[in-house]
Design a protein around this ligand. Structure first.
Ligand code: TYD
Length: 211
């Protein structure tokens, strides 16, 4: 039996890591997963060994080696192709469950809406990079720009996070557009983490209980 693939998306500071941490403990005891299925947690960029090197190039490159927007897009696509083929696909094919911290939606939101690269080009590239394997569901953790900036006040920003408010506004608009697609679920994520946990658990129950 095929496994299940969940992606979490949202702007920086939306609480993905906290929610994924919770799901990693709750899902295996929720009764929703088949008995012999294992749960794997991964992320983009950087879900494979090669991907970790690509992540460094993308997020922590020196100013003088920082990628152009098209190069950035191709690096995210390369990271994804490796991640899908080496990690996600083999696991889902053998019946395991995978949760990924970011996936294709981030490329459309950040490189498409944020950087202004052609959405059709991105979609073509996504088909090539993923071979058509998409998440069964994507949870979009929706927070405001103000919350995003506030939650990251004390943190050191990576190259993408340093882009500023206007860029972030475009990315958030991108996510809200993409979230109208099938298999996307929007979660109001302004509340404290335990309340957001509850909402996600209820959603997953109503979606998966008859699986
Ligand atoms: P993330 O790992 O969520 O950041 P952190 O671990 O610091 O919370 O994401 C790294 C950055 O990469 C984030 O700013 C969004 C960006 N990104 C893209 O621009 N396009 C993509 O396709 C992906 C997957 C991420």
């Amino acid at each position: 039996m095929k496994g299940y693939f969940i992606a979490l998306e949202g702007i920086d500071g939306c609480g993905k890591s906290t929610q994924i941490n919770h799901l990693s403990k709750w899902l295996p005891i929720s009764g929703l997963m088949p008995k012999n299925a294992k749960l794997h947690i991964t992320r983009e960029p950087g879900g494979t060994l090669l991907g970790q090197s690509i992540r460094r190039l993308l997020l922590n490159s020196r100013q003088e080696e920082s990628p152009e927007p098209l190069t950035e897009l191709l690096l995210y696509a390369a990271d994804r192709a490796q991640h899908i083929n080496q990690f996600i696909k083999p696991l889902v094919n053998k019946g395991d469950w995978v949760i990924s911290d970011r996936f294709s939606g981030s490329t459309t939101a950040y490189q498409g809406y944020g950087r202004g690269l052609d959405i059709n080009l991105i979609q073509d590239l996504e088909r090539i990079a993923t071979g058509g394997l998409l998440p069964d569901i994507t949870l979009f953790l929706n927070i405001s720009i103000e919350t995003s900036l506030k939650r990251r006040e004390a943190k050191v920003n990576d190259r993408i996070e340093s882009e500023g408010k206007e860029f972030l506004e475009k990315v958030l608009f991108g996510f809200s557009e993409i979230s109208k697609e099938n298999n996307w679920i929007t979660i109001a994520a302004e509340a404290e983490p335990t309340k957001v946990n509850d909402v996600i658990e209820k959603k997953l129950f109503s979606l998966l209980k008859n699986n």
